[in-house]
Every structure is written in C-alpha cells, then in structure tokens.
Design a protein around this ligand. Structure first.
Ligand code: HEM
Length: 141
C-alpha cells in the first residue's frame, strides 16, 4: 500500500515538474491584453496549488500509514513545499493588485513570473535529484 502511494507521489511530482516547465510560457500566452495576463496567472496558480496539494496529500498519507519513518528528507520536502506555496501566493497577489495596464509594470511582472518559475523548477529538480541519490545510497537523508 505504502509503495503504491509513494509511486503516485513520485508520478505527481513528475507531472508537477512538467506543468512548471510548460507554465513558464504563461506570460507569452497573455499577449492580447493586460487582463489576459491576470487571468492566465490565476489559472496557473490554481493548477499549481491543486497539484502541490495532491503531492502533500500523498506524502502525508504515506507517513500516516506508517511505512516511512520521519526523516531529514521528509523534513526538507515539507520545508520546500511550504516555501513553494508561499512564493506562489505572494506572486499571485502581486499580479492581482498590480496596475497591469501600465506597460512597464506588466513587463516587469512578466519577467518576474518567468524568474520565479525557474526557481520553482530548481526546487523540484533538486528534490528529485536528492531522492534519487538517496535511493542509490550515495547520500543519506
Ligand atoms: C508535505 C509535503 C510532503 C510529504 C509529507 C512528503 C512525504 C514523502 C515520503 C514519506 C516519501 C518517501 C520517503 C522515502 O522514500 O524515504 C517521499 C518521497 C518523495 N518525495 Fe515527498 N513529500 C512531500 C512533498 C514533496 C515535494 C514538494 C516534492 C518535490 C518538490 C517531493 C518529492 C519527493 C520525491 C521525488 C520522492 C521520491 C519518490 C519515489 O521514490 O518515487 N515531496 N515524500
């Protein structure tokens, strides 16, 4: 049972990574109007939160079932999870209240969107690499 749940956790992480990579293009989708950027940004954030919540859910279920002892790796995951969620909410709030009809502000925020996406991708890649190295016994987390 625990193995299946962690397999879904792993698959969800991969789907999430794919979403983050494709999502980097969000500012390009919103070319037609300032409001389109706000709209696409909302869709992005909702999808982001849905996926990351499913990741946390499968992780917590695996823990509750009790097949995994609490480890440094899990602590790191929880911290990364909270940090990613925090950054995403801050970013969305910024885009929500910004005066997007101002060209300069819009450009700035679109640039920030891409940079933040890259940071989020790095978090996930780092976590995946750490877990692969852990599974291979190269590092003990
Ligand atoms: C509240 C959040 C989370 C909890 C409770 C949690 C819990 C767990 C647990 C119990 C495992 C199995 C540990 C082991 O094999 O020693 C695991 C594996 C893993 N987690 Fe998480 N996790 C969480 C969030 C995340 C996040 C945000 C990421 C990615 C950024 C992530 C990536 C992974 C990866 C790549 C694995 C290895 C999967 C595999 O072996 O196929 N986790 N997680």
């Amino acid at each position: 049972m625990g193995a299946e749940i962690i397999a879904s956790h792993g698959i969800l992480v991969q789907i999430f990574l794919l979403f983050l990579v494709v999502g980097t293009l969000t500012p390009l989708l919103a070319k037609e109007s300032p409001q389109a950027f706000r709209r696409w940004s909302l869709i992005y954030t909702m999808s982001f939160q849905a996926l990351i919540t499913m990741i946390a859910f499968t992780g917590v279920v695996a823990l509750v079932i009790g097949e995994f002892a609490f480890s440094t790796a899990i602590m790191v995951m929880v911290v990364i999870w909270a940090l990613m969620m925090f950054i995403e909410i801050k970013k969305y709030k910024l885009i929500k209240v910004a005066r997007l009809d101002d060209e300069k502000t819009r450009k700035l925020l679109k640039g920030a969107f891409v940079k933040i996406s890259v940071v989020q991708i790095l978090f996930v890649v780092l976590m995946v690499v750490a877990m692969v190295l852990k599974a291979k016994g190269v590092i003990s987390l």
